[in-house]
Design a protein around this ligand. Sequence first.
Ligand code: SF4
Length: 211
Amino acid sequence: MGTKIKKADFIYDEITKLFPNAKCELNYRKDYELLIAIMLSAQTTDISVNKVTETLFEKYHSVADFANAELKELENDIRRIGLFRNKSKNVKAMAEIIVNDFNLTIPNTQVELEGLPGVGRKTANVFLAEFYRIPRIAVDTHVSRVSKRLRFAKETDTPEKIEEKLKKAFPKYKWISLHHKFIFFGRYFCKAKKPGCLHCPIIKYCKNPII
Ligand code: SF4
């Protein structure tokens, strides 16, 4: 077994011990609810998104309801989260396309998803992995930070480059769970400020422990 594989396995296993139940923390019941929740989650916490969607999804019962929403009213419905004007515009425009061009079903391909307003590579990856269980690694701020600290990526790497490197380092069947594990590890342990280095089980692979 090569050193790189050993390292990847070791890190994966140790983070699994810390967070055996790492999973998507956004609440949803249907495909469009998940996509909207991911779109709303940009630069805000999943907890804030869940607070907003709890009432939002009670008010709007279908993707068609979002397509037909009054923009000002939708803005008001999500104004508690950041970037609400832009997000409400994108959610409405996305919903209109799903109604008009996709027969009310969120597509399952990267190209079609990334063609929707407000949906970039990261959002498409999260959606495909979570809803359709298609192997993907979405690189958000936590995945990026953890990958760099653990030397899977360089400081200057773009999210696309980090994604590419992680896909090479880990077998495909682990991609979806790795994404969740790195997010949990970054969110709750290897935080941007004050990471838990003193008790970190993978410190030997870390570029710059803070102790
Ligand atoms: S040693 Fe600290 S910075 Fe490094 S991976 Fe562990 S928690 Fe993160």
